[in-house]
Design a protein around this ligand. Structure first.
Ligand code: GUN
Length: 276
């Protein structure tokens, strides 16, 4: 388990007198964001990372938020800064992502980290976005070969689709990105050896879109309006009959994402202490 590995490394750092601390910033009272933040803080305490929450009112101004980030940037005791997205209307997410010091940007959203991921320059010193990084780690741990495979990613967000496509490309997959304007979506998906759904629509991927034996990774986290349950982007019950491997929701990519956040916070701590 990744969390256990991080826990061991954090304990080793403690023996050297080095602590690892994550600042978690949440603005407003979106229930989904609250639940993600709680789960991140809980996981921090499980692995021995300190977490400090900064819960700001939904009326917070851009200036106040950026001032807080500046303070956290300057604070040597803070190793990682995470601003939970989405931000309330009126706040500029791009400016917030740019404001966080790249070496404290545990989400990997700063243009510097994105640039390192895109070009491969100093790739090993860059911080990778947690969900895409988690998907790659999951495929590797399950011994699923990526090299030479046709990977189809549905979704082109900065958080998942785009960086995941780049990471898959780095692993030598042949990558196709599909999105809302894609023609023949079903036909393209059907050619995928590895199909990743990051759309945000329940049951978007149906059995007729999946090649027999394909690997299906469901990144979706949607709340079903009738059952109120959390469901993915894939119609799991039917697709599982066609796929050779499929991740469930809840329980697949979600926990992996939080585990990778822990790994990133450890990484940022090592980076800042000259230990890499
Ligand atoms: N909102 C949805 N996914 C993420 C993520 O990975 N990081 C942050 N900060 N916010 C998110």
């Amino acid at each position: 388990m990744i969390k256990d590995e991080v826990k061991i490394e954090i304990a080793k750092l403690k023996e050297k007198g080095i602590e690892s601390t994550l600042a978690v910033v949440i603005v407003g009272d979106d229930p989904a964001s609250r639940s993600y933040v709680n789960s991140k803080k809980k996981t921090c305490s499980e692995v021995g990372i300190n977490s400090i929450e900064y819960a700001l009112d939904s009326t917070t101004t851009q200036e106040d938020l950026e001032n807080l980030i500046e303070r956290l940037n300057q604070d040597p005791k803070i190793n990682g800064i995470l601003v939970q997205l989405p931000l309330p209307n009126g706040l500029d997410e791009a400016r917030v992502c740019k404001k966080i010091l790249p070496q404290k940007d545990v989400d990997g959203f700063h243009p510097m980290n994105v640039g390192m991921l895109t070009t491969g320059i100093d790739f090993e010193y860059s911080i990778k976005p947690c969900t895409p990084f988690g998907v790659i780690e999951l495929l590797k741990r399950e011994n699923i070969e990526i090299r030479g495979k046709h990977a189809v990613v549905i979704g082109r967000s900065n958080i998942v689709g785009k960086p995941l496509a780049l990471l898959l490309l780095r692993e030598n997959a042949t990558v196709t990105i599909c999105h809302s304007h894609t023609k023949n979506l079903k036909e393209i998906c059907k050619t995928a050896d590895i199909l990743v759904a990051a759309v945000g629509k329940p049951k978007f991927v149906t059995a007729d879109m999946v090649k027999e034996g394909a690997v299906v990774i469901d990144v979706g986290i949607n709340r079903d309006e009738t059952s109120k349950k959390i469901v993915g982007d894939v119609d799991f019950e039917v697709v599982k009959e066609v796929a050779s491997y499929i991740t469930p929701v809840p329980g697949g990519v979600g926990p992996m994402t939080v585990a990778m956040l822990m790994k990133n916070t450890l990484f940022a701590t090592l980076l800042q202490n000259g230990l890499l």
